[in-house]
Ligand binder design. Structure first.
Ligand code: HDE
Length: 686
């Protein structure tokens, strides 16, 4: 059996694209056969310090030892204060052209225009080394290297946010991260301070429902949606404006882990999402998303929804998501630190045709991102790092600072001047950057001249006081299985709080959303269910449910085949591979074609399992029991029937597939799980 994921050394050479070309000089900075110091001095020995005799003390004059250790001492930079744990990839965005009616931004408006991107996905709360599959919001940040400058769409996998005003963000994050005395828990919301905050700031209720839903535990970055969250303003070529919400729709559909899987995976493979992204790209199974927009008239309220309130979404039934382009992530970074760690996103990186709105959460973010990069990346010149460099020409009058890597020419970095431009030879009378003609005759970014008026106040609009109607809308829109998961998540998390008053306060919040849910969570906590005032007459938005009977492409899904070293699964493997499915042979011991042994395999890394041999191995029994409990398809052939029965699994249960061929497996995988098995399972494992 061929390995399904090529080893890193067999990676294909970089494809040519402007971003790859611009990175080429940086890649070529370290060349030559011989090891050298940073000063280029050739070094014949890097394993022995210079000492006074073989047993003597090290000498201060050892410049190689000092340089090597000193550089090592400074290898780490501060991790991101939020979204520290993440991974990313390069890709290409292709515009469909239909966005021209709403925006003049060329990378969106021009049909078939290709733009290089870098996308970084992240959890929010955990440290850099935390596990990928914890319950959390996921960041979905995309940098478009457009020919009009960089545009960053810095979004999340949930369409709303906890708070309405940026000034609360430090409080939210202080409450959601670890307790400051012991620095636990890591990457969790299941603790007192988080629930204390969200029960006191009830504007968080809608977002908390999203975080407690299956969206909080995505199957992979391939299978999650992205949202710009805020309302943006687009301007077309005629100057006409529209308000929009950005959406990323995964071509593979929206699929999640279940809670037991997520917890097991955090231990079995803390790099689960990061590994899937990198392995998939190496195997040519690229992640794909469509970019979509909901377009609304440029008015503050749409169908009763205040478009400046980031705790509110616009149901797709009221404003359909129109696809305007497609993103494919197809190239792994070469160096995690240089690219994924040093990439700097900023909501304020805008290009002509895209404007911000007065959403008070958005406004505060406009300050935060540039500010945080100054300390995280050590000064103001991080825009010169290869991964951050725009592909549009840069000609600013920004000068000097830490890590300046441009050798600026001329003597007059100010405007107007009569001595020189910022480039080229010093000549009296040469033009300044601004005076130079702009290619294409455009005038660059000109802010819309919108009127601004009002008293200076610390206040919010009255509509922002509605904290419950959309939480109720979201919950009512989920399928019954997803609703069960929300109930279980609230019960799990609140059980982890030590403080009874916090649990009781949160139950009072839930009572204003849905009384059935409140009763079930209260029962789980052993507390009386309070009575609240849930909104009446909620109209569900079916687009918010992710279990809706649809089938999805299966590329990148993983099937584990339990067999032996002699198992010939090549026919099945080839047929599945043709449809993009990854097949891993699991055998008692290592050997040719074996990717997992009974000892190293665990159910969580497979979307389906096929058992082909008779075995009473306990590890295999656990694997099958978990796959069964997690409602995964289980193919049974040959001696596998005995193995399944010995593991205590009913061979006639839904999703047990006798002698499956590739098509049957693909059909079963395409709905993500065997949903009809769920009623047979205990609630906490569905
Ligand atoms: Fe962020 N956020 N954020 N955020 N955010 C950061 O910037 C901040 C918010 C988001 O992969 C930081 O470079 C404030 C909403 C993503 O590098 C920081 C507020 C949304 C990423 C920051 C928010 C996001 C960040 C930390 C409240 C979804 C990771 C390091 C007003 C629409 C980007 C950094 C990456 C990162 C501030 C709220 C998305 C501190 C003040 C809402 C995806 O600047």
């Amino acid at each position: 059996m061929e390995p399904t994921v090529p080893s890193p050394s067999s990676k294909q050479p970089a494809e040519t694209s402007p971003v790859q070309e611009s990175l080429a000089p940086a890649r070529g900075l370290q060349t030559g056969e011989q090891l050298t110091s940073a000063q280029g001095v050739r070094l014949p020995d890097t394993d022995h310090s210079l000492t006074a005799g073989p047993r003597g003390p090290a000498l201060l004059e050892d410049f190689h030892l000092r340089e090597k250790i000193t550089h090592f001492d400074h290898e780490r930079i501060p991790e991101r204060v939020v979204h520290a744990r993440g991974s990313g990839a390069y890709g290409t965005f292709v515009a469909y052209g239909n966005a021209a009616s709403v925006t003049s931004a060329g990378f969106l408006a021009e049909k078939n225009r290709e733009t290089d991107v870098f996308a970084r996905f992240s959890t929010v709360l955990g440290s850099r080394g935390s596990a990928d599959t914890v319950r959390d919001v996921r960041g979905f940040a995309v940098k478009f290297y457009t020919d009009e400058g960089n545009f960053d769409l810095v979004g999340n996998n949930m369409p709303v946010f906890f708070i309405q005003d940026a000034i609360k963000f430090p409080d939210l994050i202080h409450a959601a991260k670890w307790h400051p005395d012991r620095e636990i828990p890591q990457a969790q919301t299941a603790h007192d301070t988080f629930w204390d905050f969200v029960s006191l700031h009830t504007e968080a209720t809608h977002h908390v429902f999203w975080a407690m839903s299956d969206r909080g535990v995505p199957r992979s970055y391939r299978t999650m949606e992205g949202f710009g969250v805020h309302t943006f303003r687009l301007v077309n070529g005629e100057g006409k404006t529209s308000l929009v919400k950005f959406h990323w729709k995964p071509v593979a559909g929206v699929h999640s882990l279940n809670w037991e899987e997520a917890q097991l995976t955090a231990g079995m493979d803390p790099d689960f999402h990061r590994r899937d992204l990198a392995d998939s790209i190496d195997a040519g199974l690229f992640y794909e998303y469509e970019l979509g927009i909901q377009v609304m008239p440029d008015a503050p309220v749409f169908e009763g929804i205040d478009l400046l309130d980031p705790t509110k979404l616009v149901p797709e039934e009221l404003a359909p998501v129109q696809a305007i382009g497609r993103l494919m992530l197809n190239r792994n970074p070469d160096n995690f630190h240089a690219e994924t760690e040093q990439i700097a996103f900023h909501l304020g990186n805008l290009v002509p045709g895209i404007e911000v709105t007065n959403d008070p959460l958005l406004q505060g973010r406009l300050f935060s991102y540039l500010d945080t990069q100054l300390s995280r990346l050590g000064g103001p010149n991080f825009t010169q790092l290869p991964v951050n460099r725009p592909h549009a020409p840069v000609n600013d009058n920004l000068r000097d600072g830490m890590h300046q890597s441009v050798v600026h020419q001329g003597i007059a970095p100010y405007l107007p001047n009569s001595l020189a431009g910022s480039e080229g030879p010093v000549q009296a009378g040469t033009t300044s950057p601004e005076a130079r003609p702009v290619p294409g005759g455009g005038e660059g970014y000109v802010h819309l001249p919108l009127p601004v008026d009002g008293d200076k106040v610390r206040a919010h609009p009255a509509s922002f006081d509605d904290h419950y109607s959309q939480a109720a809308l979201f919950f009512a829109s989920l399928s019954p299985i997803e609703q069960d998961h929300v109930v279980e998540a609230f019960t799990f998390e609140l059980s982890k709080c030590y403080e009874q008053p916090i649990r009781e306060r949160m139950l009072r919040v839930l009572a204003n959303v849905d009384s059935g849910l409140t009763a079930r969570v209260a029962a789980g906590l052993g507390l009386p269910a309070p009575t609240g005032k849930p909104p009446a007459g909620v109209t569900p938005s079916p687009a918010l449910a992710q279990i809706d009977g649809r089938s999805w492409p299966v590329a990148g899904r993983v099937v584990g085949v339990i067999g032996s070293v002699d198992s010939d699964v090549s026919a099945l493997q080839q047929e599945l591979k043709a449809q993009g499915v990854v097949v891993r042979l699991i055998a008692p011991t290592g050997g040719p074609g074996v990717e997992r042994t009974y000892q190293t395999a665990r159910s969580v890394e497979f979307d389906a399992v096929v058992v082909t041999v008779a075995t009473t191995d306990q590890q295999v029994a656990v694997l099958l029991q978990e796959a069964y409990r997690h409602a995964k398809p289980i193919g049974v052939s040959g001696g596998g029937a005995r193995t399944v029965t010995e593991a205590g699994i009913d061979p006639t249960a839904p999703g047990l597939l006798p002698d499956p061929d590739a098509d049957e497996l693909v059909t079963a995988l395409s709905t993500h799980r065997v949903w009809s098995r769920i009623p047979l399972l205990k609630p906490s494992t569905s």
